[in-house]
Structures are given as structure tokens and as C-alpha cells.
Ligand binder design. Structure first.
Ligand code: AMP
Ligand code: GLY
Length: 423
């Protein structure tokens, strides 16, 4: 089977690594990929739909996997399907579950899927009146895609009012913040649950946890994700099953009912509240960096899972009895401004693996080309050992003034499983 993976980040490299393990995969193209990919790189951007379709036809690509959300929302999957090409991912109508927070919230309200109470606004005075009525803490979200920056968890009324003003009046996120969602603040630990979905058929993956803030102790600005681990040890079997049966399944069913059947990866960002798991957000694709720690735990060939799901067969997915952890090495300054072109040491060990995100090759070896540069991961019999392996390996970056990483990925979950109070 010849496959093509569209995208250039860590998520896409991780998908490629898994596919490259399969004997059934004879050729992998990455459009455009990054310096780490075990694939032939194709110089076509995610936005160049005609060229991507033409390339897939010319090379007789059997299966294309679309990684990032933007091309999904731009209708790339629709274009591939119209051309008779096999592609894994939601069409434009189904990708709206990520592309519009208002759409996702209304879907959840209409189908009794547990989530924070909300209201949506285009008028700033109405939004402000609602915010004053509800009080802080309160959460203000741009309706559309804002590269992970469109959510403000406001601790004070002033901050919430200001965010509403910035988004609706000052056009902070352009078209994406022409409408906003204002929602109830939920407290609890977060986790991510992804599933392979085709219409009403839902095949869940193992749970994972991302760490979105830049610095230790969940401080500092939001990032694309600074590390992750899977499975989540402090998630009970009951809560996992609730998330599958009462969140993912009814969401897939609701999308069918709405005439937007979803095919692809449905990602639920969830929070464990006192009333049980609730939805923070849906994504229409693999999570980044969750994918980098979830896919290594699948034992059987990934391309077979994709094709089974696409063809309406129940896929065989066998999970390893293991844990996987990954820590992101980022450019100093990220998620603010940072310098590129810095030499990146990449040394593999038997205990760890490396997933590239923002790297390019130069005459001197790998150099950085993005904020998140790479992820060092490890699979082991338990989370503690996986993290020990990762952190030992990361010592090579200590004293390197160009990069930083968080030293507490997974730590609170190790302690919480040791706590006698665990559920
Ligand atoms: P998102 O960009 O939707 O992933 O949101 C970023 C982060 O904001 C989430 O991971 C949560 O930590 C936080 N967040 C979003 N919505 C809420 C909410 N209703 N209550 C508390 N925290 C939230
Ligand atoms: N890890 C969060 C996301 O992929 O959106």
C-alpha cells in the first residue's frame, strides 16, 4: 500500500513512524513533512488542494491521511473523494465540530452531551450583560479556529469583559471571533480521548493527557502542547466508559442525525468534574502531542485500521500493556517569538524515540525551524519508568540556551495514583 500523510508537525511524523513499521506499507509520502520523517517528502503545502490531488493520482497513492485541522475545514477531504481517491478524515461539513465552537456547543445541548453551560454572541453588549449576570471565573472563546489562542479562562469579570470586547469589537482573531461562546468555568483534571469513527461506528483509543501551558506547574502561556502521556492512570474505568458511551458515541450519532456523518479521528478534550466527565472541546483530527504517545501503544498495523474503518469493517486494534510518555523540546521564547536555525542534537537510545516537529536539515545536521522542535518519548511497563527514560535522555539539552522543556510532565499523575484517596 502506498500512503500519503498531509501535514508537517509531530503528529504527522508520529503517524508516519507507525505506518513505517508495517510490512504492508511499501511507500510513504509526506506533504510536506519535516526533517525527521521516514518518508519521501513532497514539496506541496497543505493548502494546495489541486496539486495534492494531482500528486496522489499520479503516484497512485492508495490512502491519504490528513493531519491538521485547517485543510479539513478547507474541504481537502471532499476534493480527494470527488477525485475518487481514498482519504481518511472528515469532510468539510463534519469538520465543523472543530471549526465552530458554537456549532459544537449547540450539538451537545441538543443531544444531551455533557458540557459546560454556554451562550453564543455576536453582539458585544449582550455578551457583556451575560458575563455580568454569570460572574467570574468564566470562559470566553472565539467561535472559529484561532491556532489554539482563542480561549480565555477569565478569573475576573474585567478580564472576561475585555476579552469579549477584543474578540467581537477589535477583531482580535478576525473572522474567527466574529462570534464568541461564553461558557461556565469547569474545574477538574483534563484528559483526551480519541476515537476512529465512521458514521455511527466508534472505536476508541486509550486515554491520554496533554500539558498545554509552557512552564512547570501549569504556569505561563498556552502552547500547542508541551508533553503528554498515555494511558491516564488517574482515570477510572467507569469514567473512561462513560466518556465513550455517553460522549463519543452520542456525538457520532448526532453528527449522522444532523446530516454531517463524521469519518476520521474524533478527539474529545474532557474534564473530570464532580458531576463526571464533560466536554471542553472537540477536534476533528488526531491530537498533538497525544498522538505521539498513543500510536506507539497500538500493536497491529495502522494502515489496516484506517482502511477497515473506511470500508465499514470493525478494525482490530490491539493495545500494548504499557505506558508511553513524551516531552516536547521547544525553542526558547516559544510560544512567543523565538529564533530558528539553531543546531538540534538528535541522539537515539534503546529506551527512547524521537518525533520531529519543527526541524529542517542543514549541512551541519538538524536545525530548528519551529517553536516545538521535537518530542522525546519512551514506552515502558509503567509511566514512572517511561518518564525516567525520557528525562534521562533529555539531560543532553541541559545547558543548551536555545531550547527548553518542562520537567514535570506526568508527575502529578504518578503521585495521584500513589495517593490513597484515588477513586
Ligand atoms: P481549548 O483551546 O478549547 O483546548 O482550551 C484551552 C484550555 O482552556 C483547555 O485545555 C482548558 O484547560 C481550558 N478551558 C477551556 N474551556 C474551559 C472551561 N469551560 N472551564 C475550564 N477550563 C476551560
Ligand atoms: N493537544 C491538543 C490538540 O491537539 O488540540
Amino acid at each position: 500500500m502506498k500512503v500519503m500523510v498531509i501535514g508537517r508537525g509531530g503528529r504527522e511524523h508520529s503517524i508516519i513512524q507507525k505506518l513505517a513499521e508495517s510490512e504492508g506499507v511499501t511507500k510513504i509520502y509526506a506533504a510536506p513533512g519535516n526533517a525527521g520523517v521516514e518518508a519521501e517528502r513532497v514539496e506541496i503545502a497543505e493548502t494546495e488542494q489541486d496539486q495534492l490531488v494531482a500528486f496522489a493520482k499520479e503516484k497512485e497513492v492508495d490512502l491519504t491521511i490528513v493531519g491538521p485541522e485547517n485543510p479539513l475545514l478547507d474541504g481537502l477531504v471532499d476534493r480527494f473523494r470527488e477525485a475518487g481517491l481514498r482519504v481518511f478524515g472528515p469532510n468539510q461539513k463534519a469538520a465543523l465540530i472543530e471549526g465552530s465552537k458554537h456549532f459544537a456547543k449547540k450539538l451537545m445541548a441538543d443531544y444531551n452531551i455533557p458540557t459546560a453551560d454556554y451562550a453564543a454572541f455576536t453582539d458585544v453588549e449582550e455578551a457583556k450583560a451575560y458575563i455580568r449576570e454569570k460572574g467570574a471565573p468564566i470562559v470566553v472563546k472565539a467561535d472559529g479556529l484561532a491556532a489554539g489562542k482563542g480561549v480565555v479562562v477569565a478569573q475576573t469579570l474585567e478580564e472576561a469583559l475585555e476579552s469579549a470586547e477584543d474578540m467581537l469589537v477589535n477583531g482580535q482573531f478576525g473572522e474567527a471571533s466574529r462570534e464568541i461562546v461564553v461558557e461556565e468555568f469547569l474545574a477538574g483534571k483534563e484528559f483526551s480521548l480519541m476515537a476512529f469513527v465512521n458514521g455511527r461506528s466508534v472505536y476508541p483509543m486509550t486515554s491520554a493527557r496533554d500539558h498545554k501551558r509552557a512552564f512547570e506547574g501549569d504556569r505561563g502561556p498556552n502552547t500547542g502542547g508541551m508533553g503528554a502521556f498515555a494511558p491516564v492512570p488517574d482515570l477510572s474505568a467507569d469514567d473512561y466508559h462513560f466518556a465513550v458511551e455517553s460522549i463519543l458515541q452520542p456525538t457520532a450519532d448526532a453528527m449522522v442525525e444532523e446530516g454531517r456523518p463524521f469519518t476520521g479521528i474524533l478527539y474529545a478534550g474532557l474534564i473530570l468534574t464532580k458531576e463526571g466527565p464533560k466536554v471542553i472541546e472537540f477536534n476533528a483530527r488526531f491530537g498533538d502531542p497525544e498522538t505521539q504517545v498513543v500510536l506507539p501503544l497500538i500493536e497491529n498495523p495502522l494502515e489496516q485500521v484506517f482502511t477497515d474503518v473506511l470500508d465499514g469493517r470493525d478494525p482490530y486494534i490491539r493495545w500494548k500493556e504499557a505506558a508511553c510518555a513524551g516531552v516536547v523540546v521547544a525553542s526558547k521564547g516559544y510560544p512567543g517569538s523565538y529564533e530558528k536555525g539553531k543546531p538540534v542534537p538528535v541522539i537515539s537510545t534503546a529506551e527512547t524515540f524521537t518525533v520531529h516537529a519543527g526541524t529542517e536539515t542543514s549541512a551541519e545536521g538538524y536545525v530548528s525551524s519551529g517553536g516545538r522542535v521535537l518530542l522525546v518519548g519512551s514506552q515502558a511497563e509503567n509511566l514512572t519508568t517511561a518518564l525516567e527514560n525520557v528525562y534521562e535522555h533529555l539531560q543532553q539539552f541541559d545547558g543548551n540556551k536555545n531550547f527548553y522543556y518542562r520537567r514535570d510532565i506526568g508527575l502529578s499523575s504518578i503521585t495521584s495514583t500513589m495517593s490513597p484517596n484515588r477513586k
